[in-house]
Design a protein around this ligand. Structure first.
Ligand code: ZN
Length: 426
C-alpha cells in the first residue's frame, strides 16, 4: 500500500516508470500495476523530475521592488545602496510576509530547496530573525538553507565580523562573504581567509559572492580556491557569480580553472541578474559578463544556475521559476546542443542539489519524495516551454496542482485548440 503512485511518467534520463511513495519517501520505482495507493497521479507522457533547486537567492530582499524607490542606474552598486535604505525602514513582519509569499510561488513551481543569503550587516539582525522563522514555517515543503552574508563588507562594515558570528550562533547554516566589495584587494583576500577559517572551525559550508564585477583583476576566486584547499574544505565551498572571469586574460584562466577543480569548488552563475548588471560601464562591444560556464564544465567543475533575485533592488522581474533561469543561462552561455540543453536542466536540479549538499535527493528508492510533474515530454521541451507544473509533491504530499498550457482557438478551418508541446515521451 502506497500513499501515492505517480504513474507512467518519463524521467529526465528517458526511463518510463511508476513511482511508489510511502511515508514521505520513494519506496518503489517499477511497473506497479494495480498496486493500492491513497491516490494515483497519471503522468503518462509527462516529464517527472526531482524538484528544482535554487542555490543562490536573497529572501530578505525579495518582493520589495520599488520600496523605497527603483534602481535608476540598474547597477550592482546602486542596488546595494538602495537595499541599505530599505534596511532602515523594513520590519521583521514585512520580511516574513514577503518571504512566505515567495515560498508559495516557489512551491507552486516545484522549487523545493533554496539557499538564501541573509544580510548580517544590521545590528538588530532583523533579517536573520525573520528568515529563521520562515525556515521553520516552510520546513514541511521547502528546505531553506541560510547563508550569513556580510553585504556591506566583512572588513568594511565595523560590526560585520561580530554579526556574522552571532548569526551563525543563532542557527544560520553557511558562511558567506563579498570580497570584491571590500575597500582593497588585500582586504578582500583577508576576508576570504578569515571567513573560510570561521567555516572550518565550525564545520560549516562556505558560499561567497565572488568577483561580481567586470574588473578582470578581481581574482578573489583564486584566493577562495587556495583557502579551500589549505583548510581541507574541498567540496563544501561555493563561488557565486564569478563574473570577472568573463573578462580575464585567457592565459591566467588556464591556470585558474585547474585550481578551482582541485579545490572542488561549486560554481553558481546567476544568468538573469548578471546579464542585466554586467557591462553597464561598457560602450560597445558590451560584455555579457556571465562567467565561463562551458569551460568550467569541461574541467569537471560542478556548475549550477542560481536565480539570485526576484522583484528586489537589483532585479525588477522574476517568478521563482528555475526553468526561466536555465533558459537565460542556456542562451547567454550558448549551450544550444542537445547535450548542453539537457545539462542546463540538470544544472537547476541535480547539480544544485550537490552544491547545497542535499541528502536523499533524486528519483530512486530511498530518496525523499519531492518531485514535480511537468507538461513536457523531456527536459529540453520543459526548457523551451518553461513548462507548466501539473503536480508538485513535497516530502510525500501533493502541495500544488496546475493546468496544462493548451489554449482554445477559434480560427476557421484550424483546430479548436493549440498545444505547443511537440513531443509526447514514453
Ligand atoms: Zn546574491
Amino acid at each position: 500500500m502506497f500513499d501515492l503512485i505517480v504513474k507512467g511518467g518519463t524521467l529526465p534520463d528517458g526511463r518510463v516508470t511508476d513511482i511508489g511513495i510511502a511515508g514521505g519517501t520513494i519506496t518503489a520505482m517499477d511497473q506497479l500495476g494495480d498496486a493500492q495507493a491513497g491516490e494515483v497521479i497519471d503522468a503518462t507522457g509527462d516529464l517527472v523530475s526531482p524538484h528544482f533547486v535554487d542555490p543562490h537567492f536573497h529572501m530578505d530582499a525579495t518582493l520589495s521592488y520599488g520600496i523605497p524607490r527603483i534602481n535608476a542606474s540598474g547597477t550592482l552598486l546602486e542596488g546595494i545602496g538602495l537595499w541599505g535604505e530599505l534596511k532602515q525602514v523594513m520590519t521583521q513582519d514585512e520580511v516574513v510576509a514577503r518571504a512566505l509569499t515567495y515560498c508559495d510561488w516557489a512551491a507552486s513551481m516545484g522549487l523545493l530547496a533554496i539557499r538564501s543569503h541573509v544580510d548580517v550587516c544590521d545590528d538588530r539582525l532583523l533579517g536573520v530573525e525573520a528568515l529563521l522563522q520562515v525556515r521553520e514555517q516552510v520546513k514541511d515543503y521547502i528546505d531553506l538553507q541560510l547563508v550569513a552574508f556580510p553585504q556591506d563588507g566583512f572588513y568594511r562594515d565595523p560590526t560585520a565580523r561580530e554579526n556574522t558570528i552571532r548569526a551563525l550562533e543563532m542557527g544560520v547554516d553557511v558562511v558567506g562573504g563579498i570580497p570584491h566589495f571590500e575597500r582593497t584587494m588585500a582586504d578582500g583576500a583577508a576576508s576570504v581567509r578569515d571567513l573560510c577559517e570561521i567555516a572550518e572551525a565550525r564545520g560549516l559550508m562556505v558560499d561567497m559572492h565572488c568577483d561580481e564585477t567586470d574588473d578582470p583583476m578581481s581574482r578573489h576566486i583564486e584566493t577562495l580556491a587556495y583557502q579551500t584547499t589549505r583548510l581541507g574544505l574541498q567540496g563544501r565551498v561555493a563561488g557565486s557569480h564569478l563574473t570577472s572571469m568573463h573578462s580575464m586574460d585567457n592565459y591566467y584562466v588556464s591556470k585558474l580553472l585547474p585550481l578551482i577543480a582541485e579545490a572542488q569548488i561549486n560554481a553558481i552563475p546567476n544568468p538573469l541578474i548578471n546579464i542585466v548588471l554586467q557591462g553597464r560601464h561598457d560602450t560597445y562591444p558590451k560584455r555579457r559578463g556571465l562567467t565561463r560556464v562551458k569551460e568550467m564544465l569541461a574541467m569537471g567543475i560542478n556548475v549550477g544556475w542560481g536565480q539570485d533575485c526576484v522583484l528586489d533592488p537589483w532585479y525588477s522581474l522574476g517568478t521563482g521559476d528555475m526553468l526561466d533561469v536555465a533558459f537565460m543561462g542556456l542562451h547567454v552561455a550558448q549551450m544550444t546542443s542537445p547535450d548542453e540543453m539537457c545539462k542546463c536542466f540538470e544544472m537547476v536540479t541535480r547539480a544544485n542539489a550537490r552544491t547545497m549538499g542535499l541528502e536523499d535527493y533524486g528519483l530512486h528508492v530511498g530518496a525523499k519524495a519531492s518531485l514535480v510533474v511537468l507538461d513536457a515530454g523531456d527536459p529540453i521541451e520543459a526548457l523551451r516551454l518553461r513548462a507548466n507544473r501539473l503536480c508538485v509533491i513535497a516530502k510525500g504530499k501533493v502541495i500544488a496542482r496546475g493546468p496544462r498550457s493548451d489554449t482554445a482557438l477559434t480560427l476557421p478551418g484550424r483546430p479548436s485548440s493549440v498545444v505547443r508541446r511537440h513531443k509526447t515521451a514514453g
